[in-house]
Design a binder for this molecule. Structure first.
Ligand code: CTP
Ligand code: CA
Length: 225
């Protein structure tokens, strides 16, 4: 499992990664979700294990296999992801929240399949809990790493999330850029650190990006700029 070029940066560390979309139920046969594939989060979990961490991957529904040496906790909704993350937070050293958590869920979940009627149909939605913001409020020694998937004003929105969620690092990507975003095997990310250091990365595979992100987290914890 370990290769000579995998630096043992996270030996003895508990890393918790979230990945994938969440599904918010409307009735027994329907849900609201998003286009997240889970690939970025799975690549981070896999690389963290290779770098020596003890890794837990809390994952929404994806088509991906569990990476080698990673404990996987499958969840569906934002509420389930919240429970799974909070239950493990105290023993975690580093949280990396790559999941695309739904911001809204249907306010009422029908017990039976909703039958079609003539005319339009309106679904009332309510906000889900912001998992990462809650972690920011409750953190003691933990390092918090968030993602910011944006279509515009990347730096401004990323820094706002860094501040408002009390993050240590935020990994920002423009999901509309060619070669970046949800579905593919590559990404173009910029890493913003709480200490003001900024590192834009060129187009690379999600596996390579995962390694760069983990090296940057390690450098941040060591105070290396
Ligand atoms: N996040 C979370 N819980 C939520 C929503 C988001 O933990 N209910 C986390 C994501 O996992 C990600 C970060 O917050 O690491 C930023 O998610 P994003 O959707 O980019 O930002 P939001 O704060 O939801 O703001 P908006 O969608 O309005 O841009
Ligand atoms: Ca959101």
């Amino acid at each position: 499992r370990f290769f000579a070029d995998d630096p043992p940066l996270f030996c003895g560390k508990h890393v918790l990664v979230t990945a994938g979309p969440t599904r918010e139920k409307l009735d027994p046969v329907r849900y609201f979700s998003n286009y997240s594939s889970g690939k970025m989060g799975y690549a981070i979990a896999e690389a963290a294990a290779r770098f020596g961490a003890s890794v837990t991957l809390v994952s929404g529904p994806t088509a991906l296999a569990a990476p080698d040496g990673v404990e996987i906790v499958p969840v569906e909704s934002a509420a389930e992801m919240y429970e799974a993350v909070m239950a493990r937070f105290a023993e975690t050293d580093i949280v990396i929240k790559a999941a695309a958590v739904a911001d809204y869920r249907p306010k009422y979940v029908a017990a039976e399949k909703i039958k079609k009627q003539p005319g339009d149909y309106v679904v009332e939605m309510e906000r889900t809990i912001d998992i990462l913001k809650t972690l920011g409020e409750q953190k003691t020694r933990q390092i918090l790493v968030g993602f910011a998937a944006e279509t515009d004003n990347l730096e401004q929105y990323a820094l706002k999330k860094l501040e408002e969620k009390r993050l240590d690092l935020v990994i920002a990507n423009n999901v509309t850029e060619e070669g970046a975003g949800f579905a593919g095997d590559t990404n173009i990310v910029t890493i913003f650190r709480r200490d003001g250091a900024t590192r834009p990365l060129p187009l690379m595979t999600k596996r390579e990006a995962a390694e760069e992100i983990l090296k940057e987290i390690h450098a941040y914890t060591e105070g290396i700029r």
